[in-house]
Design a protein around this ligand. Structure first.
Ligand code: GLU
Length: 418
């Protein structure tokens, strides 16, 4: 445990790892081997801002495991992106890529900053500085960064351009690029679409009719918006959406496109003008009267203090580690089904993989192919989770870790300890 009594994010992930490792009877040596990160980089990034100020930021890249292939994972620009958080997210990427059976290991990076406070030019300089520090450690066959919170196709373009200055034109070094620079169709919406495929797959198993099902979405960033959009397109009624400024609840259902316009123009969903809508504190989203809850914001938003108030029957985790282990116990006890993050939000990295494959083969897939293959990956992974859940009589999160650990442990064994 860390100094404070609250476990660190990395300890929390390892707690989940150990629960599944117990079921698999994994030896202590194997556990150490599989949880110890391969490499951790911390760099200082001096930036001469447009205002003429010098500010020094911290940047991280934690490369967790490469037993199953090059390491893969996003880069986050966020004030909370410290070493512990990035380390936890890097290990989650190892388990995530294994759950959906992509030939990758896991990594994660971040710059501890608030991108909203930086100008476009400052962000570009900071990104390029980060790429300069990282260029010796990343690469199409080594470690392939992608987008995450606070980063987007623009940032990925700068990363690719900077890396290419050192190594020659290398579109396969990052994913989530703009289409014009070797990005893939469907990458922007991929996490939301993958989450939808997961929900679509489990719905009949839990006797849920998607048409008319009521949905609450926490967070209206890229993941939250697209998840809401696809669920709504399938006939669900999105009855509540929140962002940092508050919760907007509307029992009659929200028009997602109109909501997006308002959020873009006015800065928050709470400015939406619906006749029967009410505005509440952002934390109240969790307790919304709904059938499906989609946490798509930061980690730790479902905790012991609010898990008891959840009214949804199904939780589909769009965010990474939104549920604390204590909350998990409460949800299991209350019979609420959880589609865990390392499965439910794996659509993003899956389409990143498709992008990388297209880059390496110098090919282009159309949107229809991307969607078809993503659906197949998400449905196949669900079957693997379901089988493990039945085999060990456990919840889907534990089952996901069982599936992932088996795959990574076997690859590590076959490669040998080196
Ligand atoms: N940031 C995404 C995740 O947490 C995907 C990263 C990537 O595409 O490499 O899964």
């Amino acid at each position: 445990m860390s100094e404070s009594s609250k476990p660190s994010a990395f300890e929390t992930v390892n707690r989940l790892f150990n629960q599944a490792a117990d079921l698999l009877g994994l030896s202590e040596t194997k556990r150490i081997e599989l949880t110890t990160p391969y490499r951790e980089l911390m760099v200082r990034l001096p930036l001469l801002t447009e205002q003429g100020e010098v500010r020094v930021f911290r940047g991280y890249r934690v490369q967790h495991d490469n037993s199953r292939g090059p390491m893969k994972g996003g880069i986050r620009f966020h004030p909370d992106a410290d070493l512990d958080e990035v380390r936890a997210l890097a290990s989650l990427m190892t388990w995530k890529t294994a759950v959906v059976n992509l030939p990758y290991g896991g990594a994660k990076g971040g710059i501890q900053c608030n991108p909203r406070e930086l100008s476009e030019l400052d962000l570009e300089r900071l990104t390029r500085r980060f790429a300069q520090r990282m260029e010796g450690f990343i690469g199409p066959r080594e470690d392939i960064p992608g987008p995450d919170m606070g980063t987007n196709a623009r940032v990925m373009a700068w990363m690719m351009d900077e890396y290419s200055k050192f190594h020659g034109y290398s579109p396969g070094v990052v994913t989530g690029k703009p289409l014009e620079l070797g990005g893939s169709e469907g990458r922007v919406s991929a996490t939301g679409r993958g989450l939808f495929f997961a929900v679509e797959r489990i719905a009949p198993d839990i006797g849920m009719e998607l048409n008319g099902a009521r949905v609450a979405v926490q967070g209206f960033g890229n993941v939250g918006y697209w998840a809401a959009r696809f669920l709504s397109d399938a006939g669900c009624k999105v009855v509540a959406v929140s962002d940092v400024e508050g919760t907007l609840r509307c029992a009659d259902g929200l028009d997602i496109e109109a909501l997006r316009e308002v959020a873009e123009q006015k800065g928050s969903v709470i400015h939406y003008d619906g006749a029967d809508c009410e505005r509440l504190h952002r934390d109240e989203l969790i307790a919304s009267d709904c059938d499906i809850l989609v946490p798509a914001a930061l980690g730790g938003t479902i905790h012991a203090g609010n898990a008891g108030s959840i009214r949804a029957r199904l939780i589909a985790e769009g965010a990474n580690h939104p549920t604390t282990p204590e909350a998990d116990g409460i949800l299991i006890e209350r019979g609420i089904t959880v589609l865990p993050d390392i499965y439910a939000n794996a659509g993003g990295v899956t389409v990143s993989y498709f992008e990388w494959v297209q880059n390496l083969q110098q090919q282009r897939w159309d949107a229809e192919r991307v969607d078809r293959e993503l659906r197949e990956v998400m449905h196949e992974a669900f079957d693997a989770l379901n089988t493990a859940a039945e085999e060990f009589d456990v919840d889907l999160r534990t089952a996901a870790f069982v599936v992932a650990i088996r795959r990574v442990a076997e690859a590590a064994r076959l490669r040998g300890l080196h």
